[in-house]
Design a protein. Structure first.
Length: 686
């Protein structure tokens, strides 16, 4: 088996080397003088890295892949190491301090007890062998024990526990100081407010990564598409943006999770683990999530085989990963190598080459969302990426589209960002056909022809025509989605026909449809018309929180909708709420008149009196196997319960799924009833 893994590993390295090429080391003899062009290249690299650092760490909106970004930093690092007398070149800092900076002005700051660095990156077999050679030279023997584990593609975090209790959660920031995001981190699956057992140190900084599982990310993007919104680009960006949200319901709703794999401060130091395997055991004993499926190997050949195995198996992992981390297992040997200015010398990350393909652009489609925002989508000749055929990739917004400068028939390179979402990463302008026509941002809406409006920030172009057919279709699809009224059979194609025929202008018109109006539509017929009308009739009984989701108010997801439902008590009250925009109030009034959501919450803000969860105020924590938490919450609400996003004095029941965190602990401390997913399903019934 190791021979097979080594073969896979060698092929992956050969591919990555051929794809991007390495930056050769500068000879020792050349260090004394700086050859022509080096200063200019360092200046350009520093400026480019600083630009992409801002996009990646500050805005969570990178324009290039992580792999290409890491290659830029690797080239800069080699040049700065080769020519240490290059100083004050460009606006960027020298590499030793350049680990990125994720701080922003909206969060309080906190200093790390021990500097929180990054990892040095390698991209080829030779570079990984070079790392091993450095280790062997330092520790004095070949039989080095390595821990080889997947590299999570998320947001770095440091959790400080004092006397076993979580006191602070801080982003990496600039390595010395980060943003104190403790309130949000307490809501994340896997984070415990108090460690289990009694064998914890007085103080420990636990280092890890906050991320989104692939299945959760996919489900979030399903809801985005159902709502007529552009999908998120990749799990890492979404995790970073979610962590900095100031609405806790968004953090809870999106299902972030954490994995821990290292430490900073450990007091008293004498109690530190002696190996990484020992550290993993302690994390498990404390009830914290550690890296799964770590491979412990000895020597270079076994280490390379383990890396090759991960390169082969990474598509099977349920979480996003962009490489493999190789660490010295023995802490005593880690101390021999010590820490570099920006990263430990005893660990390195091998970055996977991205799964890319070259194809030809065939068009650009501008999709109109339910809010009127237009999203550009690249259409290209189909290619196979990560096991599936793709022919489209979102371009996100007008500014990013303009930066690509697409022309008809351009040769482009596409990849699956995070092995999930197709993305354009390069335009080969050298192969552009002479006289090819450029694609421009449209001046008029492709759906209704009305002149478009540019947002003040210049990012989005918007159709402000509320009667736009494209917007009406998207609103209708969102209204009928599973998170909303759950009207099975009402998808985009039928929604387009209903709008085109003038049968539906807004969601309330669905409840005015008749068989006589539906049957003549292409592809409908008497049987499917009857089924659709039955679905629409049943949707009248949906709970208030589902109706609020279906209305599609900006920023209102399932968790926020559940809280609004408790606060307003009835759809009729929502229709009179002054803080609601007039269009949504108008729809709510029509829906009330049409008999939708007739059940109201009683005045004491508890749940309706019928159903197995009548009188219960329910909070979910952890991940569920059968449903998303939003879907499970809708079922509980339909069964008479009130679903809230966080534990309060009103909470009567907590549903704990996999990797349940702080909410579960607090619930037990307060004596709140806790059930698991199996019991939830039993109570809900068939």
């Amino acid at each position: 088996m190791p021979v097979v893994f080594l073969a896979v590993f060698t092929w992956c390295f050969a591919f990555s080397s051929g794809l991007v090429g390495g930056v050769p080391p500068v000879p020792e003899s050349a260090r004394a003088t700086i050859p022509p062009g080096i200063v200019e290249r360092v200046r350009a690299l520093r400026a480019e890295v600083a630009y992409h650092d801002d996009l990646y760490f500050k805005q969570a909106a990178p324009e290039i892949s992580d792999y290409d970004y890491d290659r830029l930093k690797a080239e800069l690092g080699r040049l700065e190491a080769a020519y240490p007398n290059i100083t004050d070149v460009g606006a960027g800092t020298r590499l030793p301090a350049a680990i990125g900076d994720d701080r922003d002005d909206s969060w309080p700051k906190a200093r790390h007890r021990v500097r929180m660095g990054s990892l040095d990156k390698v991209f080829t077999a030779d570079e990984l062998a070079g790392f091993h050679g450095t280790v062997v030279e330092a520790v004095g023997h070949e039989d080095v024990v390595y821990s080889v584990e997947p590299k999570f593609d998320g947001v770095a975090i440091s959790l400080t526990y004092e006397a076993g209790r979580l006191v602070r959660a801080v982003t990496r920031g600039n390595g010395e100081e980060g943003d104190d995001v403790t309130p949000n981190v307490r809501l994340i699956s896997g984070v415990r407010p108090r460690l289990r057992g009694e064998d914890w140190p007085d103080v420990v900084e636990l280092r890890g990564e906050i991320h989104l599982r692939a299945a959760d990310f996919a489900q979030i993007n399903v809801r985005q598409r159902e709502a007529g919104l552009a999908p998120f680009a990749n799990p890492r960006n979404l995790a970073a943006g979610t962590l900095k949200q100031h609405d806790p319901s968004v953090v809870t709703e999106r299902g972030l999770t954490v994995v821990l794999f290292g430490w900073g401060a450990w007091e008293p130091a004498a109690d530190r683990p002696t190996t990484l395997a020992d550290f993993q055991t302690r994390l498990t004993g404390w009830g914290l999530p550690s890296v799964p499926r770590v491979r412990e190997v000895k020597g270079l050949m076994a280490m390379q085989a383990a890396v090759g195995a991960w390169a082969h198996e990474r598509e099977e992992l349920p979480y996003p990963t962009d490489g493999v981390v190789v660490k010295l297992d023995r802490v005593a040997e880690q101390l021999v190598l010590g820490e570099g200015p920006a990263a430990p010398r005893w660990a390195v990350a091998y970055k996977f080459a991205p799964n890319r393909a070259t194809t030809r652009l065939t068009g650009v489609e501008w999709q109109v969302g339910r809010s009127g925002v237009l999203t550009p989508v690249a259409e290209f000749e189909p290619v196979n990426l990560a096991g599936s055929q793709v022919a489209r990739a979102t371009l996100h917004h007008a500014v990013r589209f303009a930066a690509w400068d697409f022309h008809e028939g351009d040769v482009i390179v596409v990849e699956k960002a995070g092995d999930i979402i197709p993305a354009v990463v390069e335009v080969d302008r050298l192969q552009r056909v002479a006289g090819a026509v450029a694609y421009d941002v449209p001046e008029r809406c492709p759906s209704c022809g009305v002149a478009l409006w540019r947002e003040e920030d210049g990012v989005d172009v918007v159709c402000r025509n509320a009667a736009c057919p494209g917007q009406r279709v998207r609103r209708l699809v969102h209204f009928a989605s599973r998170a909303g009224m759950n009207i099975d059979g009402l998808g985009p194609a039928l929604a387009e026909r209903l709008v085109a025929e003038g049968l539906v202008r807004g969601p309330p018109d669905l409840y005015r449809l008749t068989a006589a109006a539906l049957v003549p539509l292409p592809g409908v017929g008497p049987a499917s018309a009857a089924r659709l009308l039955d679905e629409i009739a049943m949707s009248r009984e949906r709970n208030l929180s589902a109706v609020i989701v279906a209305l599609g108010m900006p920023g209102v997801g399932p968790v926020t909708a559940a809280e609004m439902a408790v606060r307003v008590g009835s759809l009729a009250n929502l229709a009179e709420a002054e803080e609601i925009e007039p269009v949504y109030r108008g729809w709510a009034r029509e829906l009330v008149a049409l008999g939708v959501a007739r059940r109201s919450l009683p005045a004491d803000d508890t749940a309706p009196s019928r159903g197995p969860f009548a009188g219960d105020v329910v909070v979910f924590t952890g991940g569920l196997a059968t449903w998303t938490r939003a879907e499970a919450g809708q079922r509980v609400a339909a069964a008479g319960g009130v679903v809230e996003s966080r534990l309060t004095a009103r909470t009567t029941l907590v549903v704990a799924g996999a990797n349940a965190g702080a909410t579960l602990i607090r619930a037990r401390e307060r004596g709140v009833e806790v059930i698991d997913e199996a019991e939830l399903k039993r109570r809900l019934g068939p």
